[in-house]
Design a protein around this ligand. Structure first.
Ligand code: URA
Length: 238
């Protein structure tokens, strides 16, 4: 693929902008300056630098972010900064989108991609992928709360009660709750339907993919093929 096309595909701007970037001597492969935007290069495993920042070619972007509190999962946020402010601008330029949304005050594992099919599959509730949340409740957790969530609670506009896939008490005010649907404000509404309130919500896993311990709030990383495969692994189901 031509260098200008490679850079365009990776979110470095229009073809014209990428051509200018290469001609300006800002592009290198293995330390070697390449200033011909029409030079051909294999993309498989390609690593390059732009302005001395390292990049690896990714045909499609699959990214995990440790979402901090007080960020909105929208490109046009209303009250808080956008999660896209935590990512390189190249991602917005290649039209990376969030896979579903977390509320502004929810923390934890958020996936993003520019693969429309991937976004569709993993954000629709159809696959019934378990999503694991650590919930801090305002009122003490009771056996009744756990039992109600497991038995199913009625949510407004839902024809049938929604059951937690799994639910366990992990502290006086904390629960680990697994749900499979992905409905709007689902966890907060389920807890409210069981006469409690959520003080803090954190998503720790999706399918078999856990938020890595070494990914600090606000940090992101590329997902590799194993991470993507882990998503489909339901072994986190209780
Ligand atoms: N359920 C909620 O209520 N909020 C989230 O952000 C995610 C799940």
């Amino acid at each position: 693929m031509k260098i200008e096309r490679i850079l365009q595909s990776q979110g470095f701007g229009s073809r014209k902008e990428c051509r200018g970037l290469v001609r300006a001597g800002r592009f290198r492969i293995a330390g070697e300056l390449i200033d011909d935007p029409f030079a051909e290069h294999d993309t498989e495993g390609l690593e390059f630098t732009v302005d001395e920042v390292n990049w690896r070619f990714h045909e499609r972007a699959y990214v995990m972010l440790h979402k901090p509190a007080n960020y909105e999962c929208s490109r046009k946020p209303q009250y808080h900064p956008s999660v896209f402010a935590l990512l390189p601008e190249q991602f917005a330029r290649r039209e990376v989108q969030t896979v579903g949304r977390l509320d502004h005050d929810t923390t934890g594992l958020l996936l993003l991609s520019d693969d429309g099919q991937f976004i569709h599959v993993w954000s629709s509730g159809k696959k019934r992928i378990p999503k694991v949340y650590e919930v801090r409740t305002h009122e003490p957790v009771t056996g009744q709360l756990v039992a109600d969530l497991l038995a199913g609670v009625a949510l407004h506009d839902e024809p049938a009660p929604i059951k937690a896939r799994a639910c366990e008490q992990i502290g006086s005010h904390t629960l680990r709750l697994t749900v499979t649907e992905g409905k709007y404000h689902q966890v907060k509404r389920m807890i409210a339907a069981a006469h409690h309130h959520v003080d803090a919500l954190h998503r720790s896993g999706i399918g078999g993919l856990q938020l890595p311990d070494d990914l600090a709030p606000g940090q992101w990383r590329w997902m590799d093929a194993d991470d993507v495969a882990r998503l489909a692994d339901h072994s986190c189901e209780a």
